[in-house]
Design a protein around this ligand. Structure first.
Ligand code: ADP
Length: 209
């Protein structure tokens, strides 16, 4: 497996100065911790680096020999997920449309007053309702959303491949990442086709682009 430029830089830093925390590596590269998280995930699962809680990253000393397929199997939702955008179920379709533009997302997750997942709103759900309807301020989103128990979701520990398969099988663009606390599903993240594309791209070597 070949590393891209940033992954090589990270590898060199850890080899020279490890153990070192992700935060410190990010600081050295003048990047945000979140930006290098996928690279660290790849370096770790490919066997270039090891990581220990409260210690940080260090050079494994092993010669990495892993196929792209193995790397893909090691990719987890938690390393590639985005921040979720949630709305309350009584907000109007009009406000949901504004929110979708403001937050620049294609899917909104709907929650009840206890902040538990109750529904999903896609672009086309909102478009469909908007066609020939002048009273969008008066329609609450819970009337038009796709609702529980018909929501497809995933866990942050799931593999990205598993999440991708769910999206393709269900023909949907995104999945809420949830934590089940016994009383309901708390939305902690969002996996979209864009995250899958980013993961796919991270497997490529710079030269091939
Ligand atoms: P669009 O409708 O804009 O093409 P999607 O393909 O994501 O976007 O959504 C298709 C339909 O599936 C919509 O009615 C939407 O409410 C629903 N949907 C989207 N995501 C999910 C999900 N994670 N679980 C269940 N239904 C979903």
């Amino acid at each position: 497996m070949e590393l891209n430029k940033r992954q090589t830089e990270i590898f060199e830093i850890v080899k020279a100065d490890g153990p070192i925390t992700g935060e410190q590596i990010a600081e050295r590269l003048k990047l945000a911790r979140a930006t290098i998280r996928p690279d660290l995930a790849i370096l770790t699962m490919a066997g270039f680096l090891d990581a220990r809680p409260r210690v940080g990253y260090f050079y494994s000393g092993k010669r990495p020999a892993q196929s792209v397929a193995d790397s893909m199997t090691g990719m987890r939702v938690r390393d590639f997920q985005s921040i979720p955008v949630v709305v309350e179920e009584n907000i109007s379709v009009y406000d949901a449309i504004c929110q979708m533009f403001l937050e620049d997302v294609g899917t909104l997750f709907v929650v009840d007053q206890s902040s538990f997942l109750t529904g999903v709103l896609s672009r086309k759900d909102l478009l469909r309702t908007s066609l020939g309807n002048n009273e969008l301020e008066k329609i609450p989103v819970h009337v038009i959303m796709t609702r529980m128990p018909n929501i497809t979701y995933c866990d942050k520990q799931d593999t990205l491949l598993h999440a991708a398969k769910k999206m393709i099988d269900q023909q949907i663009d995104s999945l809420p990442v949830v934590v089940d606390n016994g009383e309901g599903l708390e939305v902690v993240g969002r996996v979209t086709k864009t995250n899958i594309t980013a993961a796919f791209l991270s497997l490529a070597d710079d030269h091939e682009l």
